[in-house]
Design a protein around this ligand. Sequence first.
Ligand code: TYD
Length: 229
Amino acid sequence: MTRAPLGGFFITFEGGEGAGKSSQVKRLADHLRHLGAHVTLTREPGGSPGAERLRELLLSGAVRDFGPAAEAMIFSAARIDHLDHTIRPALARGEVVICDRFIDSTRAYQGASGQIEPAFLDMLERIAIGPKRPHLTLILDLPPHIGIARANLRRGADKIDRFESEALSFHEHLRQTFRAIAQAEPDRCCLIDASATEAEVAASIWSKITPHLPAMGLGAQAQTMEPFA
Ligand code: TYD
């Protein structure tokens, strides 16, 4: 399997609802910047002006009526725009790109509908991103009932989105898919126990990042610094 383009370093975060990705993504970006890295922090669906427009359609549920295959295709269309306008240019500039969700979310969420052939999802993935994969994928793992309770708390009075409203069995399926991906691609993926405190999860993420610091252009000094002080 080919890795991401030379000159940059591509990290993706994945996991179910309420796993704490957004705070961890931000913490990691802040820390790497503090160490001197140029970081592009982005997210999916979205991350480029065109893809952000598709995000609104996808999360409002407006695309749901077209069926899971069409929904998967629109996630992929958003990904193509995001790669073309945000991710590839940043990697070409030699930056560290940190993306909140990427291909594994399509595998897990659209796969969890149970109505799409895995071969169709594989094909869409190849069309959207070609043979390349992120250098490192951190999968935040949490029992879904805890994640959903956290997501409900965080959302407050805001409207529940397209996927948060799925049944608990859907979220259980998601978790199993993410765990299976981590097992199938151990060179790319690390499973992180997200049930610990935010600081503990951050430390465990940092332990997976340090071996890659040289590839990000950060030296030995960075490896010995206290993480997230
Ligand atoms: P978002 O508000 O970014 O939430 P989260 O904090 O859970 O990341 O919502 C993105 C939603 O879109 C989330 O429910 C997962 C879903 N999704 C897919 O179904 N397929 C995909 O390919 C991606 C990138 C996201």
